[in-house]
Design a protein around this ligand. Structure first.
Ligand SMILES: [Mn+2]
Length: 316
């Protein structure tokens, strides 16, 4: 037994759901179960001390079957070491508070610890130098809010799990920059989830950041993602090393109806632009004739105009 090293396998954004997206050829939940079983096998094979699930285990906490939750319970029970979970935005909802969410049921297992509120844990008696904490999802869009949460962590920890929109580039949504986190110097390693694209492993200040990307492809938009985990090695001299490892997966064309999904997307955007073009039309009166003249003004597709005329004739 090497008391000078702790290995934790990180995975995030599993997004377990009972129903497969329409664009999928294969069962989504079966893929999720297989992936999570594989993560447990990898963790056993490399003799990891624990697995960190950095948020969004479930896709919708209101729509998850007992079967799916219990399948996860069986998989997690089969891991003889510790499992740490940071709650993500998809694990809870206004209608399913934490105590009633499936994640709390998972959290009640003997080998599972839910990491919340930055509380510091020392999970390994023989490696007491290793400390872990977690900051779960919050709805804040305020850097100071996060700085306060981080500063309230009572000591600098080896590993901090987070579920937050951590990104340095400009985006359409609010993001938390990595240098804001590293400036508080509260963790040697921040392992986070939420954004499903893999982020490059980077050391900013004294902190190493790890997000291997979503473990599963829950939507056709993620067809090019490579399901991956991170292997986090911690040493008792306060150094850590991060490596991403891809998990066995089928090629995108075997998982998704790529052409079908593209044609649905195109049809949706055609309908959307047609409807928004109606806003620029002058509607004389809100009867079939008024709407028909509006459609003739904006629609240059004769087939669509004829179809609309037929429909209105039947309505009259
Ligand atoms: Mn999320």
């Amino acid at each position: 037994m090497n008391n000078k090293k702790v290995t934790v396998v990180q995975c995030n954004d599993i997004h377990l759901a009972d129903k497969s997206p329409a664009s999928r050829k294969t069962s989504y939940s079966k893929e999720v179960f297989d992936k999570v079983r594989t993560v447990v096998e990898i963790a056993h094979a490399i003799e990891a001390d624990g697995i960190l699930l950095a948020g969004d285990i479930f896709h919708n906490p209101r729509k998850i079957s007992h079967f799916s939750v219990n399948t996860f319970i069986e998989i997690f029970k089969s891991f003889s070491k510790q499992i740490f979970i940071v709650p993500g935005n998809h694990d809870i909802s206004a209608k399913v508070p934490f105590d009633h969410a499936a994640i709390a049921t998972i959290g009640s297992l003997d080998n599972v610890t839910i990491l919340r509120d930055g509380r510091v844990h020392k999970p390994f008696d023989d490696k007491a130098w290793f400390t872990i904490a977690g900051l779960e999802w919050t709805y804040s869009e305020d850097e100071n809010h996060y700085t306060n949460l981080l500063e309230n962590i009572e000591q600098k920890v080896s590993l901090l799990g987070m579920h937050a929109p951590i990104l340095d580039e400009e985006a359409k949504f609010w993001t938390l920059r990595r240098n804001v986190i590293s400036s508080t110097d509260r963790a040697h390693c921040v392992a986070y989830g939420h954004l499903h694209s893999q982020a490059p492993i980077a050391t900013i200040g004294n902190t190493v950041f790890s997000n291997p990307g979503a473990l599963t492809r829950s939507s056709i938009n993620e067809k090019n993602n490579i399901p991956s985990i991170a292997v986090l090695d911690f040493y008792d001299n306060n150094t850590c090393e991060v490596e991403y490892v891809s998990v066995n997966h089928l090629p995108a064309e075997d998982v998704f109806y790529l052409e079908y999904a593209i044609s649905v997307k195109e049809a949706k955007s055609a309908v959307k632009s047609f409807i928004s073009s109606l806003e620029s039309a002058t509607v004389q009166s809100v009867d079939g004739e008024g709407l028909m003249s509006a459609i003739e003004q904006v629609c240059d597709d004769k087939e669509v105009v004829d179809l609309a005329r037929d429909i209105f004739r039947k309505l009259d």
